[in-house]
Design a protein. Structure first.
Length: 591
C-alpha cells in the first residue's frame, strides 16, 4: 500500500511539474482586452491599499476597489494585490499567481477523479484525464488571462474536492474565495449545498426503508473517516457549509443588495440585456461553446456513445436474466462482467455513498448549463470555462460501464488529451472553425467568437494562441525600431479594445517590449486609419496591417487611401511561430 501511494504521488508530482514548466513559458504575457481593464482596477486597488489608514480604511478600500466593475471579486483580487504589494507593477508576479491557482485546480481535479476511482488499476486513466483537464484549451488560455471567471473554476474544483474528502474547513475557505470571485461563484456554492441536502434526503429514505433510525451524521459525511462524529464536530461541519453564504449576505447588505455594476435584478426578457430569456443567438452560441468548442464535441460524443453501449448491455442482460428466470435457472453472477468493471462498481467510495460525490457535481452541471443557455449577455468563451471540467468528469465516470478494459479507456482519454494539447497551442479543430467562423493568422486561422460590433478581442481567448499577438508586436517594435515619437497608423477603431494601448500598456525603451510599467517607458502614438486626414497626417509613420482583423480592416483599400498622402515602402513581414503581421514605412509626399 505504501509503495503504491509513493508511486501515485511520484506520478502526480511529475504531471504537476510538467504543467508548471509549460505555464512558465507564458509568464511574460501582457494583459489584453478585458484583462487590461481588470489590470487597471488592480492598479487602483494597489494604490488605494498603500494609502489606506488603519483597518477601517482598509475595509473601505476593499469594498470600493477590490470588486472589479462591481463584481464581488475581492477574494480573488486580494491574492493579486498581495503579490503586487511585494513589487508593483510586476507582470511576473501577476501571471505566477494565476499559474499557481491553475495548478491548484489541476490538483483538485485529480483528487476528485481519484475519489471516484481509488483503485490502483484506475490510476492511469485518472492521470490521463487530469492531464486532459490541465491542457483543455479554454481552461489553459483563460488561466493565462487576467479575468474573474478563471478563479471561479479554480475554487469550485477545490470546493468539490474538499467536500468529497470531508475537509469542511478547506471547503469553507475555497467557497469564500469562490463567492468572492464573481457572481457565478454563488451559484456553484448553492448547487454544492443543494447536493449535500439531496444526499441527506436520499440517506433518510434509505434508512427509513431499511427500518433503521437515521443519524444526523448522515447529513455530513467525512470522507474516509469512520468514527462517529461528536455534536461539536457536526456543528462545525454545518457552519463550514453555510459560512460563505452568511458572509456573502453581509456583503450584499453593505452593497445595498446590488451585486455588480450592471445588475438589473432577476428578470425574464428574451429581448433584453443582462437578464434571463430565450435569445436564439445566445443560446446557440453558448451551446456551441459548451459542446463543440476546442474539441469538446469529442468527449461529448464519447459520453453519449458510452451511455448507449451501457444501455444496450443492460437491456441485453435484463433480457437474458428474464429468459433464465423463465426456465427456472439460478441466475448467477454475469460472467461477462470483468474484474475492472466490478472494481469500479464496488470501489470503497462508490459503494459507501456515490451520491455524496455525484449530487453536488451533477446539480452544478445542470445549473451551469441552464444559466449559460438562458442568461443574455456578451458572447465570451470564458463564461463557459467550466464546460471542460464537467465533460471530463462525466466521461471518466461513464467509460467503465461501456469499456471494461483499462486499455480501451486509456486509449480514448489519450486521444482526447492529444486533441486538447494540439488545440491549446494551435487552432486545428475543424468543427469549431466551421461553427464559429475564423480569421487568418498566417499559417493558421483563429476563431472569431465575438459579440456584435466587437473586433474579436476577448473571443480570441479560447486557447493560448492569442498570446502570439503581443509576441508579434514586440518583434515588430524591435525591427522598426519603435521610438517615443514614432507614429503608427492602423485599424484601431474598437472603442473598448484598441489593439495597441488598451489599459496601462507601455513600451520599454531598452527592450522595446510591451510592459505594464509606466516608469521610464513611453506610450504608443496610434492614429486610427479611419480618422486619418491630410491636416493631421504626420510626415513619417508606419502603417501596420493585422490580418486577423480582416473582418474590419482591408489592406488594399487602406493602402490606396494612404497613397494619396504617402510614399509607401515595400512591406516587411513580422513572423513568430507561424503567425504574422505586416508593416510599411510611410514618407509624406511633397505638397
Amino acid at each position: 500500500m505504501d509503495l503504491r501511494k509513493h508511486k501515485e504521488k511520484y506520478l502526480l508530482g511529475i504531471l504537476l511539474l510538467a504543467y508548471f514548466i509549460l505555464r512558465c513559458f507564458f509568464l511574460d504575457t501582457v494583459p489584453r482586452w478585458d484583462a487590461a481593464m481588470y489590470w487597471n482596477i488592480l492598479a487602483q486597488a494597489v494604490t488605494a491599499t498603500k494609502e489606506a489608514s488603519g483597518w477601517a480604511g482598509l475595509y473601505q478600500v476593499i469594498l470600493e476597489h477590490y470588486n472589479a466593475y462591481g463584481h464581488p471579486s475581492m477574494g480573488y483580487y486580494s491574492l493579486l494585490v498581495l503579490g503586487q504589494l511585494i513589487d508593483y507593477p510586476n507582470l511576473f508576479m501577476l501571471n505566477m499567481t494565476n499559474a499557481l491557482l491553475a495548478m491548484l485546480s489541476v490538483f483538485s481535479v485529480y483528487k476528485i477523479l481519484r475519489w471516484f476511482l481509488p483503485t490502483e488499476q484506475h490510476l492511469p486513466e485518472v492521470l490521463l484525464a487530469t492531464a486532459a483537464y490541465a491542457l483543455e484549451p479554454l481552461f489553459f488560455g483563460c488561466s493565462i488571462y487576467l479575468n474573474t471567471d478563471f478563479p471561479v473554476l479554480v475554487f469550485f474544483t477545490a470546493g468539490i474536492a474538499s467536500l468529497l474528502y470531508g475537509r469542511y474547513g478547506w471547503f469553507a475557505v475555497a467557497c469564500l474565495f469562490l463567492v468572492f470571485s464573481k457572481e457565478t461563484g454563488l451559484l456553484f456554492w448553492l448547487t454544492m449545498l443543494g447536493g449535500v441536502g439531496l444526499n441527506f434526503v436520499c440517506y433518510l429514505v434509505r434508512e427509513l426503508r431499511a427500518g433503521r433510525s437515521p443519524k444526523l451524521a448522515g447529513a455530513f459525511p467525512a470522507g474516509s473517516k469512520t468514527q462517529e462524529p461528536t455534536k461539536l464536530t457536526l456543528a462545525f461541519r454545518f457552519l463550514c457549509l453555510v459560512l460563505p453564504g452568511i458572509i456573502f449576505t453581509f456583503y450584499t447588505m453593505a452593497q445595498k443588495g446590488k451585486m455588480w455594476a450592471n445588475d438589473n435584478g432577476l428578470k425574464f426578457d428574451s429581448d433584453g440585456w443582462n437578464c434571463f430569456g430565450f435569445n436564439p443567438k445566445v443560446m446557440a452560441n453558448r451551446a456551441g461553446e459548451i459542446f463543440i468548442l476546442d474539441f469538446h464535441w469529442v468527449p461529448a460524443l464519447a459520453i453519449i456513445a458510452a451511455l448507449f453501449i451501457w444501455l444496450g448491455r443492460s437491456m441485453e442482460k435484463s433480457k437474458r436474466e428474464s429468459i433464465q428466470a423463465g426456465a427456472h435457472t439460478i441466475v448467477g453472477k454475469d460472467n461477462a462482467e470483468t474484474k475492472s468493471d466490478t472494481d469500479f462498481k464496488q470501489s470503497p467510495n462508490l459503494s459507501r455513498n456515490i451520491d455524496w460525490g455525484l449530487f453536488p457535481i451533477a446539480l452544478s452541471a445542470l445549473a451551469f448549463l441552464a444559466f449559460n443557455i438562458s442568461y443574455i449577455t456578451f458572447i465570451i468563451p470564458r463564461y463557459v470555462m467550466q464546460a471542460g471540467f464537467f465533460l471530463i468528469v462525466f466521461l471518466v465516470l461513464v467509460l467503465p460501464y461501456a469499456f471494461t478494459a483499462v486499455k480501451q479507456r486509456c486509449a480514448i482519454l489519450s486521444v482526447i488529451l492529444l486533441l486538447f494539447t494540439l488545440q491549446t497551442f494551435r487552432t486545428i479543430d475543424p468543427l469549431s472553425l466551421w461553427a464559429f467562423g475564423s480569421a487568418p493568422f498566417n499559417d493558421s486561422r483563429i476563431l472569431q467568437i465575438d459579440s456584435p460590433g466587437e473586433a474579436v478581442g476577448n473571443g480570441f481567448v479560447y486557447n493560448s494562441e492569442f498570446t502570439a499577438v503581443d509576441k508579434l508586436f514586440n518583434r515588430m517594435q524591435k525591427m522598426m525600431p519603435l521610438k517615443a515619437d514614432t507614429v503608427i497608423i492602423a485599424w484601431n477603431g474598437d472603442e473598448w479594445y484598441p489593439w495597441f494601448y488598451n489599459g496601462n500598456v507601455f513600451v520599454d525603451p531598452v527592450t522595446l517590449n510591451r510592459t505594464m510599467d509606466s516608469n521610464n517607458t513611453f506610450h504608443y502614438n496610434v492614429i486610427h486609419i479611419g480618422n486619418l486626414d491630410a491636416a493631421q497626417a504626420p510626415n513619417n509613420a508606419f502603417y501596420v496591417y493585422m490580418p486577423w482583423l480582416s473582418k474590419f480592416s482591408d489592406e488594399e483599400s487602406e493602402l490606396a487611401q494612404l497613397r494619396s498622402l504617402y510614399k509607401i515602402s515595400e512591406p516587411t513581414d513580422v513572423k513568430s511561430l507561424g503567425h504574422s503581421l505586416r508593416y510599411y514605412r510611410l514618407e509624406r509626399l511633397t505638397q
